[in-house]
Ligand binder design. Structure first.
Ligand SMILES: [Ca+2]
Ligand SMILES: [Ca+2]
Ligand SMILES: [Ca+2]
Length: 883
């Protein structure tokens, strides 16, 4: 009897506790309302090392404020410091714990981390089977990192001593011999030690055994304590602007078993429900457009039955313009979604949405809201990214002329930023020899300053496409190649887009002429200037590198220096890249004719040469690979499996084989189409038509754009034959309404999916322009809505400044250290973190996967915007808008 009462009491207390305690959920993380503790749901990435997206993470009242929990080798790890490989991960629901195995292969060092729910807290414990290797004693520790922008200016206590977290990095450092620095990524160094032989190591802000952060902010309040280890609080921004606050305990030397443990308790606000996120177009709406707000709700939130659209009168008072019912969409990952349709309101005016106590900022309904959506990108973002030029705007210099000393032949190198130089240079140049003439034209890649050749080819092609289809005459930029000077907002009588095509072509033609083929990239030689933030002209010293001088020494004539900072050209030959360049050169030659005939001629010469050489090279490589593939298939039995494939697979297999064969014999179909556009040679068009139908059968979604691109060149029969595919494509478009509440393709990779969304948007616009009876005009607003604010997490526009009431305020541009943006930038958007979290920080620019605009993506946005404007203004279809 006594026993029964006891178990009942236990059961009762367990139930009560269960409502408030952290528990492992079905998705494999610890959860209580307001707090998620993730344990290696996201792993460290080998390509870029520490992306600040991995390890033990805490999503605190909807914001991912803590990450990087792991055994680490530095007080404040930087991006290129070593990260552990996850060797195992076990979720144990019975014991409410998750165990992960971590390994540093460079040091043959293994550890295990066990995180266990203990009431409202978790215990994080480190286990070692072998002691910390001698080389890492005093360096290996348990770390966890806190997001500065969510914690700065907040109060903390360490063992009862009060403090306030600094807004800017101003703590203290020491220096230590380089020999004591744990190895960094591939043996590179993130720092320039100025010849001292010493590296900088931050000193702790506070030490003790019990820390509470944000005692003045309940939504961020978190306590960490340890009986067996000293806690040290560091500021990672002392070494790198993208550093976080780091809490750390050094692993004891010579010990095995459970060597260290922390108790971590994130505070949860009782009864906390996340504020509804009302997604809508911050740029506004044109009167006849469908207007549907998507409202993202906490799963514990009870949807309301209605919402209101309020109109602001000219005297500033508000009136109700419309009240409508809320309709359910349903759950999508972590939240629940409802919609508010106010399409019936079309009167021009200033409006806001009121949903319960949540009121949005105001927005316009007006015929002209989309008129200027690409201007910031073409007038400001693009010219600022012109390399090898001095770029001025009003009183401000964006950057001086970079890389005056030119580019050296890269030696064999397993490099960073996903680059490498193969065993040979594939050129006439010796390693580290100057390749003349490359410091001209071209566009900075993105948040860094290299010239990615593939992206630059895309850029030129995107501009040519915009030019040939829409002929924008806009002139807001002064460009002088002679003066190497760009002045923003100064018209010079030449359409800017022609000058951008010219600028991109100048660098790419120089590559083909000087190197003989296309370089992979023109990039930084040393890691310590790759992460440069500031004026691009100061990345290198502008002096030729002379190894006979000492580092930092300058020759008597002032022309050479011993600092090895010159950029490198990575020249491993890729026939695919050469073919892409050849296609682009043909189109550029066509576009530049009559504007810069000399460059047009040079581009055409390189196009023909590269086309011939690269085709021959690929043929040789294909023959070689086919032999290898045949050997391989025989070895692993692929041939047999193929013969036994079921009938539908067999049909598909046949299609695949035919299209592969056609591709090898006739070349890529999109390339053929571009070549036809550039040369008007009929054979290219025939090659295209031999391939497009198989391609549409195999993958409708990814080939629809190419099919639509051909319409201006072909007859009515082609357009008619394409109709049934466009009908299928229309079903594909509408299918997104069932996949997610926003009706667009949403990417889940470690780069958020804006390119995919833009591609989709461009294809939908074209499909509507050519087949308005199949793809209705209502469909073209999907991507604009998403870009301008109707998306998860927050409702800010992903495009910097564009006509929006509330654009995003920080981006990963080259001015990110100023928590700023470059106007016209398009953010990648919503970054997905496993297993169920979307985010886009608007107070922390440094996560490139969500905040970095790229040169290819932003010029793709120019096409999207041009096509979107054409679609909504019922302009003539692109082919008729031309010459
Ligand atoms: Ca790059
Ligand atoms: Ca101009
Ligand atoms: Ca130099």
């Amino acid at each position: 009897m006594k026993k029964t009462i006891l178990s009942l009491a236990l059961l009762f207390s367990a139930t009560v506790a269960g409502a408030q305690d952290l528990r492992l959920n079905d998705l494999g993380y610890f959860e209580r309302q307001g707090v998620n503790v993730l344990v290696f749901s996201n792993n460290f990435n080998g390509g870029f090392n520490d992306e600040k997206n991995s390890g033990i993470e805490i999503i605190h009242h909807g914001v991912r404020t803590v990450q990087g929990g792991a055994v680490r080798l530095n007080n404040t790890p930087e991006q290129w410091d070593l990260v552990p490989k996850t060797t195992s991960r076990k979720v144990d629901p019975e014991n409410q714990s998750i165990e992960v195995g971590l390994r540093y292969s460079d040091y043959d060092f293994d550890s295990r981390i066990v995180v266990t729910a203990k009431g409202k807290a978790v215990e994080i414990a480190v286990y070692l089977d072998k002691p910390v290797p001698e080389k890492l004693a005093g360096e290996a520790g348990l770390n966890i990192e806190f997001l500065p922008s969510q914690y700065w200016l907040k109060t903390y206590t360490m063992d009862g001593r009060l403090g306030r977290l600094p807004r800017y990095a101003t703590s203290q450092t020491t220096t230590r011999p380089n020999s004591e620095k744990p190895r960094q990524f591939k043996g590179f160094r993130t720092y320039d030690d100025r010849g001292t032989g010493r590296f900088v190591d931050p000193l702790p802000i506070a030490t003790g055994h019990a820390l509470t952060l944000a005692t003045d902010a309940p939504e961020r309040l978190i306590s960490i304590s340890s009986d067996d280890a000293e806690l040290q609080l560091f500021d990672g921004r002392m070494l790198a602007q993208n550093g976080w606050y780091v809490l750390r305990s050094i692993l004891p030397a010579g010990k095995t078993g459970k060597v260290l443990s922390w108790t971590v308790e994130p505070h949860a606000i009782p009864g906390w429900i996340r504020e509804p996120n009302i997604g809508f177009s911050q740029v506004g709406y044109i009167p006849e457009q469908p207007k549907v707000a998507v409202i993202e709700l906490d799963k514990k939130d009870q949807p309301l039955s209605s919402a209101s659209l309020m109109r602001l009168r000219p005297d500033g008072t508000a009136e109700k313009a419309y009240e409508g019912t809320i309709t359910a969409w349903g759950p999508y990952y972590k939240y629940n979604y409802v919609k508010f349709d106010f399409s019936s309101v079309s009167e021009p005016g200033v409006y806001y949405i009121q949903y319960g106590n949540t009121r949005t900022n105001d927005f316009l309904i007006d015929r002209h809201v989309y008129d200027n959506i690409t201007d910031a990108t073409t007038d400001v973002w693009v010219p600022i990214h012109m390399n090898h030029m001095y770029v001025n705007e009003g009183y401000r210099t964006w950057h001086g002329e970079p890389f005056k000393e030119g580019y050296l032949q890269a030696p064999p190198s397993d490099h960073f930023d996903l680059h490498s130089q193969g065993p040979t240079t594939d050129t006439k140049y010796k390693p580290l020899e100057l390749i003349p003439g490359l410091n001209v034209g071209g566009f900075f890649d993105a948040g860094d300053f290299d010239i990615e050749t593939g992206s630059n080819i895309n850029v030129v092609q995107n501009f040519i496409r915009t030019w040939e289809l829409f002929h924008p005459q806009r002139d807001e930029t002064f460009v002088s190649q002679e003066q190497r000077y760009v002045d923003l907002h100064r018209p010079d009588g030449v359409p800017d887009i022609l000058q951008f095509i010219e600028h991109g072509t100048l660098n790419l033609v120089a590559q083909a002429e000087q190197i003989g083929h296309m370089s992979q990239t023109l990039s930084n030689s040393v890691l310590d200037n790759y992460h440069h933030l500031g004026d691009a002209a100061s990345i290198t010293d502008g002096l030729h590198y002379d190894p006979s001088l000492k580092p930092y020494e300058v020759s008597a004539d002032g022309k050479r220096s011993g600092t090895p900072d010159d950029m490198w050209a990575f020249t491993t030959r890729s026939p695919q890249l050469d073919l892409r360049a050849a296609t682009m050169f043909a189109a550029a030659s066509h576009a530049l004719k009559g504007y810069n005939d000399n460059l047009a001629e040079r581009a055409l010469t390189q196009s023909k040469r590269l086309m011939k050489e690269a085709t021959e090279l690929s043929r040789q490589r294909i023959t070689r690979n086919r032999q290898m593939q045949a050997d391989f298939n025989w070895l692993d039995g692929t041939d047999e499996r193929r013969d036994n494939a079921s009938t539908p697979d067999k049909k598909r297999q046949k299609l695949l084989e035919r299209s592969r064969k056609n591709r090898e014999e006739l070349g890529d179909m999109a390339t053929n189409l571009q070549l036809y556009g550039a040369t008007q040679e009929r054979s290219y068009l025939d090659n295209f038509q031999k391939q497009i139908w198989d391609a549409l059968e195999l993958n409708l979604a990814s080939n629809m754009q190419t099919a639509l691109d051909a319409i201006p060149y072909l007859d009515d029969a082609y357009q008619k034959k394409l109709r049934p595919y466009v009908e299928q494509y229309n079903d594909y478009i509408k299918g997104f309404d069932k996949q997610n509440p926003y009706g667009v393709p949403i990417g889940l990779g470690n780069w958020a999916g804006v390119n995919m969304v833009l591609n989709f948007g461009i294809a939908v616009n074209y499909a509507h322009l050519y087949y308005p009876d199949i793809v209705s005009k209502d469909e073209v607003y999907r991507v604009a809505n998403w870009l301008y604010g109707c998306h998860p997490y927050h409702n800010y526009s992903f495009v910097a400044v564009v006509g929006a009431a509330r654009p995003k305020q920080v981006f990963y541009g080259n001015n990110r250290a100023d928590f700023s943006f470059i106007p016209g930038n398009v953010a990648p958007g919503l970054l997905f973190r496993q297993p169920d979290h979307f985010e886009n920080f608007d107070d922390w620019p440094f996560l490139w996967g969500q905040n970095e605009g790229t040169i290819a993506g932003n010029t793709q946005y120019v096409i999207f915007g041009s096509a979107f404007r054409a679609a909504i203004k019922n302009l003539p279809r692109p082919s008729e808008g031309g010459e």
